[in-house]
Design a protein around this ligand. Sequence first.
Ligand code: 6PG
Length: 243
Amino acid sequence: MKKEIKVFPDHESMSIAVAEEIINTATSTIEAKGFFSLALSGGDTPRRLYDILSSEGKGINWAKVHFLWGDERYVPWTSPESNYRMAFENLFSKIEIPESNINPIPTNSKDPVADAKTYEQRLSELLNGAGFMDLVLLGVGRDGHTASLFPGSPVLREKKLVAAVTAPKGYKIRERITLTPTAINKAQKVFFLVSGVGKKEIMRTVLKGEEDGGKFPAKMIRPKGQLKWFLDYQAAGDIDFIM
Ligand code: 6PG
């Protein structure tokens, strides 16, 4: 696995750079195999990225792009807390894409375990023939979580691809469905997007040293091909420790 760290002056320039890399990766992957699968991350950091993609991605044949999610809060898709709703508002509502290309995590059966199983089946149907996810976007929480993989969770050692989890006390939405490290590490590429001074401390921990058994789940992410970190100066802090 190739690991690369790119640092940008601010959130905007970071988001523009990630959008360019996604557009390039999607274009070359579609040329090569006629298909591009992209798992979106939630939270606030990628909001602007999705908006930029909607305007700068005009050259992408969206009919060849299949969207998935790295995780979802167990709320209706209409909820302001929904990762699906955030992506719909900032991206899908602004581009021409077949609805069947968008694969949100189901959160409507009132049974997260059953919905996780349904998503695992969808993931396998969609990707088995095509290798696995071409690109997964991820963020990092201040506790080192990524997707909805929280420190010390038993799901970190899960061999399944998708799991229902409960976030630690203090998180507004505790019921979640998430890709497991097993699923994420099957991806060709993973891009982490991390912004803001609030992430400076955790970035020092996550970018230094080796995987530590799930104390900081973001350190468990090792995709088959390429791992790229996109940080702004605020999150990177004094970057000399990184280089
Ligand atoms: C979620 C995300 C989560 C997020 C990090 C960072 O559902 O919240 O998948 O893993 O990426 O918590 O969130 P921010 O970008 O809001 O800091």
